[in-house]
Design a binder for this molecule. Sequence first.
Ligand SMILES: NC(=O)c1ccc[n+]([C@@H]2O[C@H](COP(=O)([O-])OP(=O)(O)OC[C@H]3O[C@@H](n4cnc5c(N)ncnc54)[C@H](O)[C@@H]3O)[C@@H](O)[C@H]2O)c1
Length: 335
Amino acid sequence: MKKILITGGAGYIGSHTAVELWAAGIEPVILDDLSNSDPKVLDRLEEITGKRFQFYSGDCSDRNLLNTISSEHQLAGVIHFAAFKAVGESTRLPLKYYRNNVSALIVLLEWMQDMKIKDLVFSSSCTVYGQPEILPVTEATPRQEAESPYGNTKKICEDILIDVVKSKGGIRVISLRYFNPVGAHPSSKIGELPLGTPNNLVPFITQTAAGIREKLTVFGDDYDTPDGSCIRDYIHVVDLADAHLRAFSYLENQPADFYEVFNVGTGQGNSVLEVIQTFEKVSGQKLNYEIGPRRPGDVVQVWADTTKINQVLGWYPKFSLEDSMRDSWNWQKSL
Ligand SMILES: NC(=O)c1ccc[n+]([C@@H]2O[C@H](COP(=O)([O-])OP(=O)(O)OC[C@H]3O[C@@H](n4cnc5c(N)ncnc54)[C@H](O)[C@@H]3O)[C@@H](O)[C@H]2O)c1
């Protein structure tokens, strides 16, 4: 059975990707330092798939650990999720973010080159587009100066990958620029596990509905959008996981030293207020929320043009916003 190393595989998107790989006949090998995840995820993955995945607890910038993994498994490639992702924290502790997100990629690439592991799918983000002038954004939309150190790490990592491919370093790479991942596995056995106060809208909504948070604040309803609140492109995490599988299969048929980037979103923007209404509709819960002032640094609206991933990878999202809200709510209830 083909094996792929998933760094950050105990995390939100990585765990869902492990399930999709297994369903497609690929064995995930998981490496995670559990800095933002719970080891119980491994039990949950076993409940869903019937398989106990190989798990290595540690830092993916630990070269000795990577050497151990490659000595124990014949790896077809790597999907690199491991990173810190809290935008606000990154502005307070930028070095923590540069060290973890950038250094780990460098160590990983050196190891891949030494071990002749060719294929890499990298987790990038729509944050690299900033507030684009023209919507929707295509992959050709220019990247803008990052709003946060976190966003900058994604831009720097993309540049590192481009340079390694240009140097004919023997690596084939796809960077996937995720829009806003939401939802949970329909089994409610895995989902997003924010530590502390959630940074993202949907966990904040579900925690408020569950009574963990008193109230949700909508940051601004006076923007130049149809209902005045900010607009994002919300993509169900299982659809996002599937995009990794497609990206990986595509890479395997490409020539040496290949780099490509794809947007992963639904191609549709939804406002914060629309998300709240959809949540209330599918959950039957009235959400306690208030309109607050605008939040500095917020992008007003962004959504993806997904023509490229639709046409080149044959990938289309299957889940709707309603599905995402239902699965997020069921996951919250299971917690
Ligand atoms: N969730 C989003 O909104 C979003 C959007 C765009 C891009 N991304 C990117 O997608 C990737 C996965 O995000 P997620 O939402 O699943 O986050 P997550 O925090 O749930 O998962 C990341 C996992 O990586 C682990 N990790 C972090 N640093 C590590 C290291 N040095 N070595 C080993 N393990 C390490 C954490 O313990 C965690 O389990 C990240 O690179 C993130 O920046 C996420």
